[in-house]
Design a protein around this ligand. Sequence first.
Ligand SMILES: [Zn+2]
Length: 212
Amino acid sequence: MSISRKINFSCRKCGHQQPLTVWDVLIVADDPEKKEELINGDLMRSKCIRCGYSTPVLYSLLYQDIARDFVVWLWLSPADPNTADEMIFMRDYQFRIVRSENELREKILIFDNGLDDRVLEICKFLLRKKPTRDRPKLEGDLFFKELRPWPEWGQAIVFELSSVPEELMLPRKTYNEMEACMLRKLPALEEVAKKWLHIDSKFAQSMVRKYG
Ligand SMILES: [Zn+2]
């Protein structure tokens, strides 16, 4: 069951107070429309009914997808959450801890598309390292956006940059090759179930350093 509560939120612009629902636990099967709001950014945002100003409202939220067997915890405190209690009740889910709304959204999109977030992080790391003629260095964070049919490649993996509205694409074949290569070195996803993991740019960096 999803768990939510109402708080009073003051508009950053005019100070008007209005109620806002914040979600401690969001079970996607119970509240599919809330997932849509999370993906499009409306869930963690308050729009003032008096002046119309829209303010981001970030809070810790545990997202659970029972059909796809994954749980992502957006956790804002610097120390990791106490995860021992939650794990007892859960099956062989993939567990992830993330630190931002963008990362939470990205994890949902990755698992929804049946991709391995560890492989994608390494793909992102390599995209960053590869300078092109018109862009020697990528600014900002890179997030998985979608899989897209692409005539040249069959399918493209599309990433977007957080700093500017720009997309970067990778052939699906490159991802598949990277996956085949990494699965010889990384444990199978089934083996890392029931463990809370941070799969992010630091993870990719440590993998590339270790395996080259
Ligand atoms: Zn206002």
